[in-house]
Design a protein around this ligand. Structure first.
Ligand SMILES: [Zn+2]
Length: 169
């Protein structure tokens, strides 16, 4: 599997996501959403001892094509709840970064929420959602968002195991 550089389109979107997370209104999404055992994502994050912005830097981005994490041409990114590995689907990501950069940033934050343990079909949270994740401009984009959400089907868990020794700490 190919680790993606934090430069280019991904780097630009990460910078935007980082700036969003600097806004307390955006970070409210962490207290509004939780993982399966009932903890809020904020509690999960606090357990890591780092800020949301630092946690975003902890995430490892891999090309999602080789592990077959890009289920359709509309899949932008994928991961498994609790995994620090996020797969990027390069063709869809580059396209969305070009046509709707805010959406690309929101997608990265969305994947970060999964990385903290968020499962599928999270409850809606109006305020935080709008602060963190701007609405997609077209209905078809919403459908794409649903498609991009977001199971790596175990691929990211396997990647976690492969690299856990090298990246821990
Ligand atoms: Zn998702």
């Amino acid at each position: 599997m190919e680790r993606l550089s934090r430069e280019g389109k991904l780097g630009r979107a990460l910078l935007g996501a980082d700036q969003r997370l600097a806004d307390p209104a955006c970070r409210e999404v962490l207290t509004d959403l939780g993982e399966a055992s009932g903890r809020t994502l904020k509690e999960v994050l606090d357990g890591t001892g780092v800020s949301a912005r630092t946690y975003l830097r902890w995430i490892l981005f891999f090309d999602g094509r080789a592990p077959d994490a890009c289920k359709s041409k509309h899949t932008i990114a994928a991961t498994d709840p609790g995994s620090r590995v996020v797969f990027i689907c390069p063709l869809a990501f580059v396209e969305i970064e070009r046509s709707n950069p805010e959406y690309a940033e929101a997608t990265l934050i969305h994947e970060m929420l999964h990385s903290l343990g968020l499962g599928e079909n999270p409850p809606r949270s109006g305020k935080s959602r709008s602060a963190c994740c701007p609405a997609a401009p077209r209905r078809s984009m919403r459908r794409r968002q649903a498609l991009s959400c977001c199971s790596g089907r175990g691929a990211s868990a396997r990647a976690d195991q492969m690299i856990s020794g090298a990246i821990r700490g």
